[in-house]
Design a protein around this ligand. Structure first.
Ligand code: CDV
Length: 311
């Protein structure tokens, strides 16, 4: 029996610093209606989807910084997304900057939520691997101040029973780390949703853009294959106020193959029918963790070489 969910990877083109949330949400609603016309039951939006990629801008003014954050979700500007989910019967994944008081402490996270077709938030993830730096760095071609503006996520890498399967989330830089997928893989994940904002150029070297595009896909395809899970990676792409972000949003099968991909650097939908049953072959054969993982033997390498285990 198949468990097919039609998924739309909703790449967003650039969002300029001066653009309002209302303008962005209007673009997202267009993509939601396109997705509905193509039979999607889930649409996936990028990391920090509601605004420009603000961590490239250095600021010491907390009010200015807080203007990029959502204090409530849904809020007045994001409610139309939730209404569209209900109207269209379509779940969505959304990345946003979260400002929240938790146990009396004000906190800020780089967050993603999964909203079901009834417009309810059913899952929340907070980014763990925050790249960049926390002070202005004059040596860099551009700033990347995620460590300044966000705390490390405090929710781990859980999975949820949702959309008829087992769903996990991560955000951008998380996708480069094998443990991101493995922690979810060990919980049986069948569908990993993630958004990214990745500059085409490296701020600290002349790394070739084609290599950066290769590493983007390499990470996601390896994570999919080695854990026999679908991975949907969605970019915010194009030129934001002179800073170019890569595209390449992709839907990746549990085999590691790309089954749908965006071709432009603008608002674009890539759609695929994703059968969650297709995760079973890898999970029951070569990546049957219970039968084939040999954790007790991994330490022997340390014994043989005499190397000290890492702290
Ligand atoms: N938003 C990100 O996490 N971007 C990083 C860049 C800075 C390398 C990424 O891993 O794509």
């Amino acid at each position: 029996m198949s468990r097919v969910i039609t998924i739309g990877a909703a790449q967003l083109g650039p969002i300029q610093k001066a653009e309002s949330r209302a303008q962005v949400v209007a673009r997202m609603l267009v993509l939601m209606h396109q997705a509905k016309a193509k039979g999607c039951g889930l649409i996936v939006f990028p990391e920090l989807a509601l605004t420009t990629f603000f961590p490239r801008w250095y600021s010491e003014d907390q009010d200015e910084i807080d203007a990029w954050f959502e204090e409530t979700l849904p809020g007045p500007e994001t409610e139309p997304l939730f209404a569209a989910a209900r109207e269209l019967g379509m779940a969505f994944h959304l990345g946003y900057a979260e400002k929240i008081v938790e146990e009396g402490t004000l906190r800020r996270f780089n967050t993603a939520v999964l909203v079901d077709a009834g417009g309810e938030i059913v899952a929340k993830y907070r980014k763990v691997h925050l790249p960049g730096h926390d002070e202005y760095d004059p040596e860099r071609a551009h700033q990347h101040l995620e460590k300044r503006y966000f705390e490390v996520g405090n929710l781990g890498f859980p999975v949820w029973r949702a959309l008829g399967g087992i769903v996990g989330m991560c955000i951008c830089n998380d996708r480069r780390w094998p443990e991101t997928y493995r922690v979810m893989g060990l919980q049986g994940v069948e569908l990993v949703l993630l958004g990214y904002n990745t500059p085409t150029v490296n701020s600290q070297s002349d790394e070739a853009p084609h290599l950066r595009a290769f590493h983007n896909l390499l990470s996601m395809q390896a994570g999919a294959y080695q854990n026999s899970t679908w991975v949907v990676g969605v970019a915010k792409a194009g030129d934001e106020d002179g800073h170019e972000l890569m595209g390449g949003s992709a839907i990746i099968a549990p085999s590691g193959e790309i089954v749908a991909q965006c071709r432009t650097l603008g608002d674009e939908l890539a759609v695929a029918d994703c059968d969650l049953e297709a995760t079973r072959f890898g999970k029951e054969t070569i990546f049957d963790f219970a039968r084939h993982r040999r954790i007790e033997h991994y330490g022997l390498i340390t014994e043989r070489t005499g190397a000290e285990p890492p702290p």
